[in-house]
Design a binder for this molecule. Structure first.
Ligand SMILES: [Fe+2]
Ligand SMILES: [Fe+2]
Length: 189
């Protein structure tokens, strides 16, 4: 079995790269330049069809086990679970707003920026807490048999963007991610 903690972390790295791309688009908008609303919609569509559908439910299954083993972690795990619900709600609202813009109906474009930035900030701080506090706890407390039960309890969904089996739906976004990663390599911060 591949290392579940490494996979967990790798998904966070993927999500962080998408939040960076989304933020750059909002920055363009902020400077009065036209962002790529289609790409923003692709990102938010993915966020509501992979992290919300697989990553977060799987975490919540892991959280339940962690809570049993380490009851003192309950407060923070409950807070993270609440954030999953809020991120889903905000993500769904952004998909609707962006979809309306892309399809030319009347959503005011200004309405995308503040919710977009709030979504990015909350998702980032959520992952930061998981990375610094929960993954190390899971590393310490969860065994192979825990992970087998967690996997078995979750509907198996291939990552439609980052896995090898990803389809055409995200072809343009995949090209953008490749471009961003080449730029990052060429000019390391
Ligand atoms: Fe989470
Ligand atoms: Fe996570």
């Amino acid at each position: 079995m591949s290392d579940p903690i490494a996979l967990w972390h790798a998904e966070h790295v993927n999500f962080a790269s998408l939040l960076d791309i989304l933020e750059k688009q909002l920055d363009l908008f902020h400077r009065g330049k036209p962002p790529d609303y289609g790409m923003m919609l692709d990102i938010m569509f993915y966020m509501t069809h992979y992290p919300d559908v697989l990553h977060h439910p799987k975490e919540e299954s892991a959280f339940a086990r962690l809570k049993e083993r380490e009851p003192r972690s309950g407060t923070i795990l409950d807070r993270l679970t609440g954030q999953h619900a809020r991120l889903k709600q905000c993500g769904d609202a952004l998909v609707i707003a962006l979809d309306d813009i892309v399809n030319g109906s009347i959503t005011r474009r200004e309405h995308v920026e503040a919710p977009g930035r709030a979504y990015i900030a909350e998702f980032r701080s959520h992952m930061e807490t998981e990375e610094t506090q929960i993954l190390p706890l899971a590393q310490k407390l969860l065994r192979d048999e825990d992970w087998e039960s967690i996997e078995a309890a979750i509907r198996d969904v291939d990552d439609p963007l980052f896995s090898d089996t990803g389809g055409e739906r995200y072809a343009a976004l995949r090209r953008q991610i490749a471009r961003e990663s080449r730029t990052a390599k060429a000019s390391p911060r």
